[in-house]
Design a protein around this ligand. Sequence first.
Ligand SMILES: *Cc1c(COP(=O)(O)O)cnc(C)c1O
Length: 381
Amino acid sequence: MIKKYYLLSPGPTPVPSSVLSAAAEPIIHHRTAEFSKIFMEVTEGLKYVFGTKEDVYVLTSSGTGAMEAAVANLCSPGDQVLTINAGKFGERWGNICKAYGVINKDIVLKWGTVLPKEALEAELKANPAVKAVFATLSETSAGQIFDIQGFGEVVAKTPAVLVVDGISGLGATPCPMDEWNVDLLLTGAQKSFMIPPGLAYLACSPKAWKLVETAKCQKFYFDLKKARKNLEKQTTPWTPGVTLIIQQKKALEIIREMGLEKLYVHHRVLGDATRAGIKALGLELLAERPGNILTAVKTPAGIDGVKLVKTMQNKYMAYIAGAQDPHKGEFFRIAHLGYMGGFDIITALTALEMTLTDLGYPVVAGASIKAAEPILRENWA
Ligand SMILES: *Cc1c(COP(=O)(O)O)cnc(C)c1O
C-alpha cells in the first residue's frame, strides 16, 4: 500500500489545508501595524473560545509553557496549593509546583477517574491556607473530563483561585471561563485549535491578577505583567511565533464560522460514534466520565498493548496514541478533536479491527462500523 499517514492522536492533530497554506506566505515583521492587526484579531477570537471578557495572552511555547507561566505568576515559594492528579497532565501540575518551591497537596486519583466537587469543597475546608487549585478540563492521558463548572462554584466561595489546564479540551467541550468562575484558563494550540504545535494561550480573572501582583516566584520569559504591558501596545514582549499566529487567525475563522455550540455537538457525535464502535467490539472504556475529545480503551486481555499501537502505526500508519508511563500497554487512545471528521472515526475503528485480527483477537469485521455508522449518519449536519 502507498504510505498514507493518518494522524489520529490527541495532539498534534490534523491541520486544515487553508491553515497549512497560510504558513507558505512570506514572513512579516512582528513590530508592524500589519502584524498587530492580525495579532489583535487572534486575541479577540481567543476571547470568544475562552468565553471571557479578559484579555487572552499568546505565548510562544507548547502548552506546558502556559502551565509553568500559571504557577510562576500566581505563586510564591512556600505557598500552599492543591493539585488534582488523575493522569499524566494532572501529575505535571505537581511537578511544576515542586520546581518552583510551591507546596502542593497532591490529590492523587486513579487514572481515568474524576474528583467530585464535594470532595474538592472538603479539601478546601480542611486546607484553608490554599491559594490555588490546579485542575484539568480534559485529562488527555486517560480520556476523562472534569466537572470544571462544579469546581468553579466551590472555589469561588473561597479566597483561592481556580486554575484550569484546558489543553485538548478547550474548543471541543464547553468551559466558558467567566461563567464558570475559572480564574486562570490556559490551552495549547496543537490540539483543538487546529494549528501546528508552538503556541499557548492564557487568560486571568481579576482575582487571579491580584495574585499575579504579589507572586514572588522567579520568572522572566513568562512574566505575565510584561505580557500585559505589551498587549496594551498590541504586541508581545518577545518575538512571537508570527507564522503560527497567522495560521491561528485562519483556524479561528473556521471555528467562528461554525460556532462553538455546533463544534461541541460535532465532538459529541464523534465521541458517541467512537464509544459505540468500541463497545461493539466488546472492549471497555478507561474513563469513568469520558470526554468527547478522545477515547481511551483498555487493552483486551491477552493482547500486548504496546504491540497493538505499534502495529496500527507501523503497518497501517494509523497514528493513535498509546498509554503513557506508568500505564504503558494497558490502554490506547483514539482521538476525535480538532480538525477531524466522521470518516476519521471510521478509519480509526477499521484500523483497530484489522490490528486486533492481526494480533489474534477475535473480532467480526465491520462490527464497530455497524455501531458507529448510524450515529454519524443520523447526526451528519
Ligand atoms: C497535551 C497536553 C499538555 C501538554 O502540552 P504540550 O503542548 O505538550 O506542552 C498538558 N495538558 C494537557 C491536558 C494536554 O492535553
